[in-house]
Structures are given as structure tokens and as C-alpha cells.
Design a binder for this molecule. Sequence first.
Ligand SMILES: Nc1ncnc2c1ncn2[C@@H]1O[C@H](COP(=O)(O)OP(=O)(O)O)[C@@H](O)[C@H]1O
Ligand SMILES: [Mg+2]
Length: 454
Amino acid sequence: MQTFRKKLGIMFFVCSFVSVLLVGAFVNYTVKDKFNKYIESAQEDRRNQIINSLEAEFALEGQWSENSGMSALHEAYMGNYCLTLLDEDKNIIWGMDPYDVRSRVNLDAMPVEDSGVYTTQVYELKHKGEVVGFVEIGQYSALLLTGSDVEFIRAVNNSILISGIITIIATFLLGLYISKHFSEPVKRAASQSIALSKGEYGGVIVGKSQIVEIEMLRNSINTLAEKLEKQDELRKRLISDISHEIRNPLNILQNNIEAMIDGIIPISEKNLDMINDEVIRFGKLLENLNSLNDLENQKTEFLFQKTSLKMILQEVCSKYEITAKSGDITLELFAEEDVAVFADKSKLKQVFINLISNAIKYNVKGGRVEVFLQKINDRPAVVIKDTGIGISEGDLPYVFERLYRDDKSRNKIEGNGLGLSITKKILEYHKASVTVESTVGKGSVFRVIFQAKA
Ligand SMILES: Nc1ncnc2c1ncn2[C@@H]1O[C@H](COP(=O)(O)OP(=O)(O)O)[C@@H](O)[C@H]1O
Ligand SMILES: [Mg+2]
């Protein structure tokens, strides 16, 4: 396996190498092709010049002699041609030695296939429209390059090579930088995931990325970390809550029974009643845990039917009238219009028992509890407002967690921290939501909102 950075770097390098190679080959080919064409046309000109000068000399002298065409000879030397002058009957007047030419031509540097192959071509020499002689032009290569021509080609190739090497080095360095730039956030995300898997939730990945996918990855890992941390905190709280809610009553039972055995407290009816109350309380806790468990594992049966919310609320409020009064708390129901919902009546009653009993339980002397049946955004809603002790901001996110109890309530107010968990679960089955707003010392508002259609 390779690192992301290495892989990216290699890819970058290979791509730039291949493109430099392709561009180099293309430029090389084009330059060569154009240059060869240019040389070919120069050769053509030279040949024409030889023919023209020979014809001009004939026109001047009217006949061929050993000395005819000396200026053409100069042109031939320049172009590395081998000339043979023939009269109209193709008798040789004079001729150059091909071997003499061969020794002067730099054949190795000739970049053509037929380099070194001696070929000749015969051209007619005319005067006043009549053929007066012939010139045979021989050459050792279809393309004859001079030393400076070869030098020029070499210089072009060198500059292609050098610019290629510079480009490759530059892209290599750029590739190193870019691959680091790309791999760094991925690497950070990977090491953050590893930290999360080890249970180290503290860190967040900082530094925004300009790349959408990487930014998405960064955000999702940060959110995951946050959620895991919260989950972990909940788990820890749950364990401590369990020990409070389960171990405490057991301890009380054990201490009292031991005290009776040791004769420290008498085995009186009052003491036995107290122990019995504790057993009953403990039994209730287990029962609630069981029903929450059933709800969570979809083992609870629901009997959905059109249910009047007003009727349920009236029943619950009258059930709690005496309890409220005994605590000097005013309990009032505001339900002008009845609203029907599709619900399991007894489960829904359980929901409002939990919420209204909480509002009374966590209230203060002379406080108020107001229950409103209304519509919020056209949806049936029940709002339970109290003027009680309120819930602190730190506790607010946890009140719906199982066994969670505010430290103020624990040990002082009867309860086991399962009411709101059960409430929330039951409402989930009804596709209804429950939210809470609260201010310490002022009171709380719980809102239950149902789906629009009954
Ligand atoms: N109306 C309320 N006012 C203040 N605190 C509340 C209210 N309702 C619930 N709470 C807090 O939320 C906790 C969980 O409530 P709940 O699940 O009903 O458990 P229990 O009532 O058995 O303690 C309570 O212990 C209390 O701290
Ligand atoms: Mg409760």
C-alpha cells in the first residue's frame, strides 16, 4: 500500500513526464519537417541557378568549351553537388569527381534515409527553345545539410531537451507541494478517525479546505466526534444514574434490614412499612425500565384509534387535582376546542400523566400549572406550562435520557428519571414531538406537537 501523497505525487510526475515527452516529440517533428522543406526548396533554387547560369554562358559564347560553366561550378561546390556538363549529343565536356564531393559531405550528420546513396538527375539546357546540352547533377543524399544546418537542428533539439527537463523538475516540485496540500487534510481526517476509534474525542479538525469533498469529510468527522463525545458522556452518566437509582434503594433496604437483625432499630410495623415502600418503589423502577425496554424493542402493542385530546387532558387534570391542591398549586386546563388525534388512548394518557405530574412535582408552593390544548402551525398541540423550579441549561439536553435526574431532584423529590424517556418513546410511535424550554427558578414549558392529520 502507498500513501495518498505518494500516489498523487507519482501520478502527477507520470502525467507531466508523458506530456513533456509528447510535446517534445511533436515540436521536434514539426521543426524537422519545416526545416527539411526549407532545405529542399533551397536545393531546388540552387539547381535552377546552376541550369540558368549554364544557359546564360551558352547564350554568351554560342558553344560549349572546357571552360564553360565555371560559375556553376562554384554554386555546385557550395551545395555539395557533383556536376557533369554534356553537349547536345550527350558527350561529356567536363565532369566533377563524385568521390571528391563525397569526402566533403558530412554524411553521418545527414538525417535522411538515403544518406550516402549517390543519385543523379539529368536536366536539359536550352537556348532559344532548342536543347543545346545537358547537365547531370549528382548528390549523395536527397537532403544535403551544411554544417550550420546540422548545428541548428542540434541546437533546437537541445533546447527542447533542456526545457523538457526544466518542466519535469518544475512539475515534480509543484507536484510535491500540491500532493502535500491535498493529502494533508485527508491525513488529518484519517488520524482524527483513528483517535475517535480509540475513544479520544477531544480534538477537532481545524483549517477549512477549499475542496468541497474534503470540507464535507472534515465537517462530518467533526460532527461525528461531537456526537460520539456526547454519546460517551451519556453512557457515563447512565452508569452513574443507574448506580444512583438502583443501588440506593438496595442500600437503604440492606442497611435497614441489617440494623433490624443487629437490633439497632426495632422490627416495628412502621419500619417494616418503610421497607415495604422501598421494595414497592424498586419494583416500580424495574417495571418502568421494562416498559421502556419493550417500547425501544418494539414489543409494546399499540391500539391506534381516533382519540379526543380534550377528554384525555380532562381525565388527567382531574386525577391530579387533589395532588396539586395539596401542594398549594393551581392546575388549570385551557381547552376550548376539542382536537382529535390518531392515537393509543391509554399510552397517550401515560404521556400527559408524566408531563403534568412533573409540572406539579417540580413546582413551588403557590405555583401554577397551565395546560393548553391548541394548534401550532395547524398541528394539534398540548402545551404544559409551569412556574416551578426549572431546569438548568446544562441539564436540559439530558432530561429525556433514561434515568437522568437533575441533581436538585435526586434524593429530594420522588421519581426515577424514566418518565420523560417513556414519554418521548410513546410520542415517537405517534409521530409526535416533544420539546422543552426552561429557565431555572422561573419554570418550564413542555410542548407536544402531533402530525397535522388525525
Ligand atoms: N416540569 C419540570 N420542571 C423541572 N424539572 C423537570 C420537569 N420535568 C422534568 N424535570 C427534570 O427532568 C428529570 C427527568 O424527568 P422524568 O423523566 O419525568 O423523571 P422523574 O420525574 O422520575 O425524575 C427530573 O428528574 C427533573 O430533574
Ligand atoms: Mg417524571
